[in-house]
Ligand binder design. Structure first.
Ligand code: NAD
Ligand code: DAU
Length: 361
């Protein structure tokens, strides 16, 4: 079996659903269920014996040791993290605790288990750490895309905490020989993404007739990857990646934020008209909702991933283009408006209030 941490979040839940569409190998899913964790994402697995959910914190060493020694996983995949840059600006502490201290505790527990395995099991074992392209900092428009050799230059408390976790993971390989793998991926989008990240926020706000807040001039560039492509890349790295190595994962889809929002507006107009979806507000005039707001402090101007290494060495390439992926995503949010309504809890509304009314006016 494999142990997945953070499997109730956006990418982790997509990964588990994707895993069971390809394999019957059981998954233990350890997740703290922060505001971003949502077991509704895994509702189709309620009576599925292949999936066991444990609510808990990756900082809890005793729980980690108990789970690992009881289940003897052949691999651990670490998705658990605080993942939102804006939240890390308003309150960095949780990022330090989960992303740095939590990863450290998980490495300690994993190493304590791994060093007592027999040689065959030691050689088979993998610790896959899911990280981000943000550790490389910001690119100028003319600079080449990030390769695995780029210097770490994180800008936000979030990216600094992920950079720290990557260094710790590498240190457990160099110092203790723990068979680790690291992936650094670009911006994901797709089903079950919490509606505070750019794409789902814009879809949810547009459907509710609320403003579409663009930070700064909207010219910042991200490299977008449909989430199922990230999942297939992670499966491939787990299966064939060389231990101690880092693999960059990206979609070859560099787009400025304003273009993303305009595309969403156009797709919403097309798809809501076609299907007669009920919307509360804009009646198709979605671009009128675009509002420029105060920029994110330390906002990285451009990310771009050079994904040649994973293609050359592991034969992985994304299956979706941005055009196919964004169409599926908008359609999913139109078909799952209840899911969005259910995650918009009181605590979430408070955060939105603080971010957009205190920070950006
Ligand atoms: P997310 O915020 O949607 O989900 C994170 C999950 O981790 C949640 O289910 C949450 O409950 C859980 N969690 C948080 N703290 C925990 C703790 N202390 N112990 C156990 N569980 C905890 O994040 P995501 O977008 O799914 O990202 C998953 C991973 O992928 C993160 O490590 C992130 O840095 C990385 N990543 C994300 C993207 C992206 O675009 N979303 C891109 C590249 C890399
Ligand atoms: O690059 C990978 C990273 O992508 C992951 O490591 C992070 O976990 C993930 O959250 C994402 O980080 P970003 O900061 O790029 O994502 P976000 O969706 O918050 O913002 C995307 C871009 O859109 C960014 O340039 C900021 C901008 N933005 C965002 C929001 C929420 C806006 O203009 N308005 C908004 O309201």
């Amino acid at each position: 079996m494999i142990l997945v941490t953070g499997g109730a979040g956006f990418i982790g839940s997509n990964f588990i659903l994707d895993w069971f569409s390809q394999s019957d190998e059981p998954v233990i899913n350890l997740d703290k269920l922060t505001y971003a964790g949502n077991l509704q994402n895994l509702a189709t697995l309620v009576n599925d014996e292949r999936h066991s959910f444990v609510q808990g914190d990756i900082k809890d060493s005793a729980l980690l040791m108990q789970l690992i020694t009881e289940h003897c996983p052949r691999a651990i995949i670490n998705f658990a993290a605080e993942s939102h840059v804006d939240r890390s600006i308003l309150g960095p502490e949780a990022f330090i605790q989960t992303n740095i201290v939590g990863t450290f505790r998980l490495l300690e527990a994993t190493y304590a288990y791994w060093k007592n395995l027999d040689e065959t099991e030691q050689n088979r074992f993998r610790f896959l750490h899911v990280s981000t392209d943000e550790v490389y900092g910001s690119l100028e428009p003319q600079e080449p895309a990030f390769t695995e050799l780029n210097r770490y230059q994180p800008s936000s408390p979030y990216s600094a905490s992920k950079a720290s976790s990557d260094h710790l993971v590498n240190a457990y390989y160099r110092t203790f020989g723990l068979p680790i793998l690291i992936t650094n991926c670009s911006n994901n989008y797709g089903p079950y993404q919490f509606p505070e990240k750019l794409i789902p926020l814009m879809i949810a706000n547009a459907l509710a007739g609320k403003s579409l807040p663009i930070y700064g001039d909207g010219r910042q560039i991200r490299d977008w990857l449909y989430v199922s492509d990230h999942c297939s890349a992670l499966r491939r790295v787990l299966e064939a990646g060389k231990t101690g190595e880092t693999y960059n994962i990206g979609g070859w889809n560099e787009k400025p934020n304003i273009e993303i929002v305009q595309t969403i507006c156009a797709l919403l107009a097309e798809l809501t008209e076609m299907k007669g979806h009920m919307t509360q507000g804009a009646h198709g005039n979605y671009p009128d909702l675009i509002t420029y707001v105060k920029d994110r402090p330390g906002h990285d101007v451009r990310y771009a991933i050079d994904a040649h290494k994973i293609e050359r060495e592991l034969g992985w390439k994304p299956a979706e283009t941005f055009e196919t992926g964004i169409r599926k995503t908008v359609q999913w949010y139109l078909d799952n408006q209840d899911w969005v309504a259910n995650v918009q809890t009181g605590a979430y509304r408070e955060w939105i209030e603080q971010n957009y009314n205190t920070m950006r006016t």
